[in-house]
Design a protein around this ligand. Structure first.
Ligand code: A3P
Ligand code: MG
Length: 332
């Protein structure tokens, strides 16, 4: 992250805002909108709730980006041409389409958004593991990279975001200040509203690994068994590995950055929008984020599939990358 990421996005009042603050504001606002959709639609018809949530958050983000950053391209999960037909139900209209591929692949700035990550968990009453992802990718001499990102966890009242100094922040929602995850450093009473975000190192000999709730990859179970060592439970050289099922890639990566788990390992399928914003925040916070073979995560490709990811504290990366490599062909 560099200051060169700062961009003249403007608020409705005309105040200049940097891209980091804009990403956080849009993610948090879409998140509040989604909490309202949960209240309005209820949980009786999960399909209706998922479709309405996906569509409303997408439409809000597309309109906000068109207004605030009219020259930028957008890649949204819900703006793909393959989604248009499927979604002509829901609110009764097809979603606003993404920027055409030919334009996106030559654009200088591309917003990569997942309007509702963890759609299944969003539709289950009481679950808090779903997220809104807003990331900004910029083309530069190095061929392009993520320069800003925000992950809103609306049901947890939190937003994790990059900032203009190159670091990352944890922002607690302020119910009295709608639409902002902005630069109010603290309130007069209670804990500060914004604090620097750094993933804590795991306890020695222990590793809590977040996995998908609904489709935990088999290779992660094998990785855990290998790391525990022969005879599992009592191997003195082994690591005490616990697999923790959580919904949403953004919620899992946030759990790593908040110290609720120590790593997120996934392979077998995912798209750029599932990881762009959380990876931007993870890297800015000093965490390790890569493909499971250790290569860098790359975004704004012609094919948006990005099927695997590892996020963890840097001190755990060598153990996990070696353990994954030693699985020898067990990856999906
Ligand atoms: N094998 C797979 N193929 C495609 N997408 C996958 C996938 N596994 C997970 N994902 C996507 O990654 C996100 C997190 O999944 P999970 O909660 O299972 O970890 C979900 O995004 P959406 O909720 O935006 O669709 C899900 O669709
Ligand atoms: Mg997703």
């Amino acid at each position: 992250m560099t200051d060169s990421a700062a961009h003249g996005g403007t608020t409705p009042s005309g105040v200049a805002a940097d891209d980091h603050a804009l990403a956080a504001e849009l993610a948090a606002t879409a998140g509040r909108l989604l909490l309202g959709v949960r209240d309005e639609v209820g949980f009786a018809d999960a399909r209706a709730l998922k479709d309405t949530g996906d569509l409303r958050a997408h439409e809000y983000l597309m309109a906000a980006l068109a207004e605030r950053c009219p020259g930028d391209a957008v890649l949204s999960e819900e703006g793909r041409s393959s989604v248009a037909g499927k979604r002509a139900q829901g609110d009764g209209r097809a979603p606003t389409a993404n920027t055409a591929d030919a334009e996106r692949l030559t654009a200088g700035r591309v917003w990569i958004v997942d309007p509702l990550d963890g759609t299944r968990e969003f539709s289950e009453e009481g679950r808090r593991d779903w997220a809104v992802h807003v990331a900004l990718w910029e083309r530069d001499a190095g061929g392009g990279r993520l320069v800003a990102g925000a992950v809103a966890l609306p049901a947890q009242g939190l937003t994790l975001r990059t900032d203009a100094t190159g670091g990352a922040l944890l922002v607690r929602d302020d119910p009295g200040e709608p639409g902002t995850s902005g630069p109010r450093a603290g309130s007069r009473c209670g804990p500060p509203r914004e604090v620097p975000l750094h993933a804590p190192a795991p306890d020695a000999g222990k590793l809590r690994v977040a996995v998908s709730r609904t489709r935990p990859p088999e290779f992660v179970r094998r990785l855990a068994a290998d790391l525990r060592g022969p005879g599992s439970g009592g191997d003195p050289g082994g690591i005490d590995v616990e697999l923790v099922p959580i919904g949403s890639a953004g919620a899992k990566i946030s759990a790593v950055l908040l110290g609720e788990v120590d790593a997120y390992v996934h392979a077998g399928g995912q798209y750029e929008w599932d990881s762009a914003a959380p990876a931007a925040v993870a890297l800015a916070s000093g965490a390790h984020a890569s493909r499971v073979d250790g290569s860098p995560l790359a975004y704004n490709r012609e094919d948006p599939r990005l099927p695997d990811i590892l996020v963890c504290h840097p001190s755990s990366a060598p153990t996990l990358l070696t353990g994954i490599r030693d699985l020898d062909g067990a990856l999906p």
